[in-house]
Design a protein around this ligand. Structure first.
Ligand code: ISJ
Length: 91
């Protein structure tokens, strides 16, 4: 196995973990969306997001990850969640 193969194996293992965690996250956010629809709450909560982004930046710095990468990825994930919550609200 070449060095490149080894590195790609490591990447594949991490991708499996990321996908498993993302699936779990989307299951919980789906439950939040159902709760919001039942209680007529807004799809987006910017106060909650601000707290999350503060934490995401802090965690990124602690883990040697560029906070801009993490923020960009989370912005996209949260936007997908908001779209789904809007869909559940109009059902
Ligand atoms: C999941 C929620 O809904 C939205 C999505 C969020 C997320 O994916 O973390 C955070 C805040 C909300 O804009 C929530 O309100 O907790």
């Amino acid at each position: 196995m070449t060095e490149l193969d080894k590195l790609r194996n490591d990447i594949d293992e991490i991708d499996q973990k990321i996908i498993a965690l993302l699936a779990k996250r989307f299951k919980y956010t789906e439950e939040v969306g159902i709760y919001k629809a039942k209680n007529q709450l807004k799809a987006q909560d910017t106060n909650r997001e601000n707290q999350q982004f503060q934490k995401i930046i802090q965690l990124s710095e602690q883990n040697g990850l560029n906070p801009e990468y993490a923020s960009e990825i989370y912005r996209r994930i949260i936007d997908i969640v908001i779209s789904r919550h809007q869909e559940l609200l109009t059902k």
